[in-house]
Design a protein around this ligand. Structure first.
Ligand SMILES: [Zn+2]
Length: 423
């Protein structure tokens, strides 16, 4: 059996406890032992990695992944990509995520129905590098909702799958289940970056949301939603949605409702794209003036208030900031960790827990994923520094000396780096 011995690590285990020195033994795809007395554990027959006191932590979980999104400025850009190129783009993005320490990805929507599914399957079969993926449907949306890019005189594709009324919604959800998704996405509110219904507008009727949840449940799938307006957040909770993204306009009643189901649901601010549009969007035509005009500063301010409150109330939040657009490129996904601290008031440890332990829970694997703990799946990162002191170091791939997924060493340059330093 494959054995890997991490000697003399500083373990940040994902529970929120301070880091501690330990030796860690991996056997097969599981963490066999986390030994707090360094030097006591036998490394017999194992590949030894000398960690030299560097931080060993759980692999990151992208909680709002759009693996099939890449470089889009407008939502219709994704619709313009032919299926063949789109498969290849998705394949490259999956590798990019793993290269940057994301060993798992919970998808918040696929751009075409089978993109997440086929890449998930190839990765699971060991034929492609990438994180373990929970594959999502496209964004099921109503006419005029986020993802409907059509014009009266002209058809446009997007990342949306348009369905109106309970019957069409039921059919769309069933179709996605038939084609192999793990979870469903519905767009309950509009969006300020979209041309039609804005973020404050709740476009999907209660009967439509309820139907989508019922059918997803029939197939044993989870269901996610896009919900900015307060009314859309309340509708999501009322109908039993599992993962409620955005929520920045939640009012007191919506906050109370979210808190009432805090052990069942997850939320995710998806702040990366908002930050990117506001501060880094110039090359793609988002001037600062225009970004403020379409409400990007307001979204950040409101998110700060709402997520401060949600954090106090113990509602579990996921990192993942809609990476995959021009102003939020794939590979920079871990910037969300620092955004959680700088923009939303989380501590570095809390932000990292959102990206590890809580991520393991949304994957439906909280009992075996997201912690450095005896018996857990061996998704481990050896990082060249202390992320608790500098979260920005979690972004560049050079920071990761070792990336282990499912007990397999995907990357190991620990020895080479040590030799380089010695020289
Ligand atoms: Zn998204």
């Amino acid at each position: 059996m494959n054995r890997v011995f991490f000697r003399n690590a500083m373990v940040w285990d994902g529970t929120g406890a301070p880091s501690f020195p330990a030796d860690v033994l991996v056997e097969g795809n599981r963490i066999k032992t986390v030994a707090r007395h360094v030097g006591q554990l036998s490394a017999d027959g194992a590949t030894v990695i000398d960690c030299r006191g560097l931080t060993l932590m759980p692999g990151l979980v992208e909680g709002h992944a759009h693996i099939s999104f890449g470089g889009a400025v407008n939502d219709s850009d994704l619709g313009n990509i032919p299926p063949e190129e789109h498969v290849l783009l998705t394949m490259r993005n999956a590798k990019t995520l793993l290269d940057h320490g994301f060993t798992s990805a919970y998808s918040a929507a696929s751009s075409k129905l089978r993109l997440d599914v086929v890449i998930r399957n190839e990765i699971e079969a060991g034929r492609l590098p990438g994180p373990r993926i929970k594959a999502c449907s496209p964004e099921i949306t109503v006419t005029a909702g986020l993802g409907d890019e059509r014009k009266q005189h002209m058809y446009y594709e997007s990342f949306g799958m348009i369905a109106d009324g309970p019957d069409e919604i039921a059919r769309a959800v069933r179709l996605c289940c038939r084609e192999g998704v793990d979870n469903i996405k519905v767009n309950i509110s509009g969006d300020d970056l979209g041309p039609k219904a804005h973020g404050g507008v709740t476009v999907m009727r209660e009967i439509e949301v309820r139907t989508a949840v019922e059918v997803a449940r029939d197939f044993g799938k989870k269901i996610n939603c896009h919900a900015r307006a307060a009314a859309s957040v309340k509708r999501a909770v009322k109908c039993g949605i599992d993962v409620i993204y955005h929520c920045e306009s939640a009012d007191e009643e919506a906050l109370d409702m979210l808190e009432s189901v805090k052990d069942k649901i997850f939320v995710g601010p998806a702040i990366g794209i908002i930050y990117g549009t506001l501060y880094e969007g110039e090359p793609w035509g988002f001037t600062r003036e225009m970004a403020i005009h379409i409400g990007m500063q307001r979204v950040i301010d409101d998110s700060c208030k709402v997520y401060t409150e949600l954090r106090k109330r113990g509602v579990r939040a996921l990192i993942g900031g809609d990476y995959g657009f021009a102003q939020s490129p794939q590979g920079t996904n871990a910037r969300d960790l620092k955004h959680f601290v700088d923009l939303l008031g989380y501590t570095p440890s809390e932000a990292l827990q959102c990206g590890t332990r809580i991520g393991g829970q949304v994957m439906g694997m909280g009992h075996e994923l997201g912690l450095v703990k005896d018996g857990f799946i061996a998704d481990l990162l050896l990082v060249n520094g202390d992320p608790l002191k500098d979260l920005a170091m979690m972004v560049p791939e050079e920071s990761f000396l070792v990336i282990m997924k499912d007990g397999a060493l995907y990357k190991n340059i620990a020895q080479a780096k040590a030799q380089e330093r010695a020289a």
